[in-house]
Structure formats: C-alpha cells, structure tokens
Design a protein around this ligand. Structure first.
Ligand code: SF4
Length: 217
C-alpha cells in the first residue's frame, strides 16, 4: 500500500493502538438484535444511515409480523415501507429486503447464503453487509466491515491512504489477525462514534492521541 498522503504511515503502531482501543471498548459487541441469519440480514440492511438502537426498535415489531423468508418475499412494498419508515431510506430498503428474500427463495433454497460470492448477489448487499452476515450469522470471517467510521479512523490513524472501502478492507486485513477483524471493526466504529467524531474529534481525551499522526491535542 503506498503511503503518500498528508497522514504519515503509522502501521508500525497498529498493534499498540488496537490494544489501547480494545481496553477502552472491552465489550465491543454488535448491538443489532437478531435470532437467525435472515433477521440479521434484514437488520443490517435497515442499519444503513440509522442507529442500531432505532433499528432494534423497528425490528422488535417487524420480526413479529414477518416471521420467515416467505413473509418478506411476499410483502407489499408500500406496507413494508411503512413498517420500516423510521429507519430512513425506507423505500429503497423495503425494495432490497423484498428482492433479497425473493432471491433467497428462488436461488438459495430459502436459506440466507453463507458465502461472500452469493451474498453479494442479493440486492442492496455490499461487502460490508455480507461481512457482517458471515461473521455474526455464520461465524465465518471473510473480511472486515468497512463503514464511514472505519474508513475515517483508518485514514486518520495512518493505517491506510485508500478511500475505497474494498481497498481499506485489504489494508486492514494485512494488519490484523483474521480472528480479530470483527472486533477491530466494532472497536473502530465505537471510537468513531464516541471520540474520533467526524469534523470534531476529541483528541484531548483520546486514548491513542500520543500515537495518532492526526492528533490535534
Ligand atoms: S487523536 Fe484525534 S484524530 Fe487521532 S484517533 Fe484520537 S480523536 Fe481521532
């Protein structure tokens, strides 16, 4: 990976930074509620541009109304849109959920796929969602879910100069052990939400300030 941006290469400090952040967020567990891979897939689609808390509020009712893949495949677009309205982008999300459920029925025997290749065939499912479904739904670590927080922190901390999530994923996979990728993603997300906030990072209280090339402290 070429390191040629304003932020210097800081990959040598990765292990130390990761350890410090793990100390800050010892319970970096995913917060979405689900009981099976289908519910996880739906919840993850709903979580785009929405908080996990709000998604959980919506799915608490939704998963009582739609109990299996057939229910979602046969759902009325307008009706489902109303049910998930408060998660935002409801029309697109409803289309993706119905389309995914239909494809799961016709192509995958009614079971949410457990491979990256097949998950990526579902409408609205990119590598980020697929990585989450594989890791949390099937205990398969294929890569790392790269969202806006993971992207921003990886750049600020000098772990990558890339902007494409797929390339950032590869860069992070070179730094962390496979078994730690899920935890790394969650840890960076939590630090991005709580301390290294976009446009107003709280460097003064950041536990990795002394090791961060972007520190403003
Ligand atoms: S020192 Fe500042 S820029 Fe670096 S990770 Fe901490 S909050 Fe973010």
């Amino acid at each position: 990976m070429p390191m040629n941006s304003a932020v210097p290469d800081n990959r040598d400090n990765f292990n130390q930074i990761f350890k410090l952040l793990q100390g800050e967020y010892p319970n970096a567990e995913p917060m979405l509620h689900f009981k099976n891979p289908l519910e996880l897939l739906v919840a993850t689609i709903l979580s785009a541009q929405c908080t996990d808390k709000q998604v959980n509020k919506v799915t608490q009712v939704l998963f009582k109304r739609y109990r299996n893949v057939e229910d979602f495949a046969e759902a009325d677009l307008t009706e489902l849109g109303k049910d998930i309205y408060t998660t935002g982008f409801y029309h697109q999300k409803a289309k993706h959920i119905i389309g995914s459920a239909q494809l799961i029925l016709t192509e995958f025997g009614g079971k949410v796929p457990d491979t990256m290749e097949n998950l990526l065939k579902l409408p609205g499912v990119g590598r980020k969602t697929a990585n989450i479904v594989l890791a949390r739904g099937y205990d398969i670590i294929e890569g790392i879910a790269v969202d806006t927080h993971v992207t921003r922190l990886s750049q600020k901390l000098g772990f990558t100069t890339n902007t494409d999530p797929k390339k950032i994923e590869i860069d992070l996979m070179e730094l962390a052990e496979k078994k730690d990728l899920e935890n790394l993603s969650m840890t960076l997300i939590l630090h991005g939400r709580n301390v290294c906030i976009a446009r107003r990072p709280k460097c003064g209280i950041c536990v990795v300030s002394g090791l961060c090339p972007s520190s403003e402290a």
